[in-house]
Design a protein around this ligand. Structure first.
Ligand SMILES: [Zn+2]
Ligand SMILES: [Zn+2]
Length: 219
């Protein structure tokens, strides 16, 4: 509500150069940087793929596309997404994600739900905003297939701690359509990947054949 009022009276300025009009102007768009060219699990160099052949055996994700490394501009966009200007920033991140998803991609866009304590605090779920906008831009179907259980959120910094906390974090929405064969999970930031892995695992258990993911920035 407040944001929509502000955006009417105060036009956005570019976070990088201050030019009026957009959150990130055309001139500054390259400051998003390139996709990180390494496997997110073992950090070995890969090209155009964030999961290497070796690690693909131990993940439920079939493909993972990451738009940017966690440089200054991506970091600032994430900060604004969480504390301010959520709607317009999520639209910008959705545009950035269209640049890494193959043009012939077929799949249903599913947001990774934010932990409910944070969602209550902010009054919105940023992954839902990004996913809905991405669906609008790509014409791919959107389905809020996942529900985050209870207060599950990551507190430890160790990968094993996080994986344990997230293992039981999601359930499938009962009213969801069951004829979905391929899912594209959408989230803003990738850290250890345990959230994506937990989501991919439950979707595979629900007989979804292929689970891919698109994430804006890799920390
Ligand atoms: Zn600019
Ligand atoms: Zn690897």
């Amino acid at each position: 509500m407040l944001e929509s009022v502000i955006s009417i009276f105060a036009p956005h300025t570019c976070i990088s150069c201050g030019f009026e009009g957009e959150i990130l102007c055309k001139q500054c768009w390259p400051k998003l940087g390139a996709s990180p060219e390494s496997c997110y699990i073992c950090h070995k160099t890969t090209i155009g793929n964030s999961i290497c052949d070796y690690c693909s055996a131990e993940t439920n994700l079939d493909q993972l596309w990451v738009r940017s490394s966690y440089g200054a501009v991506p970091k600032e966009l994430i900060r604004l997404l969480k504390f301010n200007r959520a709607k317009s920033v999520s639209a910008t991140l959705a545009v950035a994600l269209t640049e890494i998803i193959p043009t012939n991609y077929q799949g249903t866009i599913v947001p990774i739900p934010t932990a409910s304590s944070r969602r209550r605090l902010r009054g919105y779920d940023q992954a839902v905003l990004i996913a809905k906008e991405l669906s609008r831009l790509t014409s791919l179907p959107y389905s809020p297939l996942l529900i985050r259980k209870g207060q599950s959120r990551q507190v430890g910094t160790q990968k094993a701690d996080r994986a344990r906390q997230m293992a039981d974090a999601f359930r499938i929405r009962r009213t969801s359509k069951t004829d979905i064969a391929q899912v594209l999970l959408v989230d803003d930031v990738l850290t250890t990947g345990s959230t994506l892995e937990a989501a991919a695992k439950i979707l595979k258990h629900a007989a979804i054949k292929r689970v891919d993911a698109a994430v804006f920035a890799r920390a």
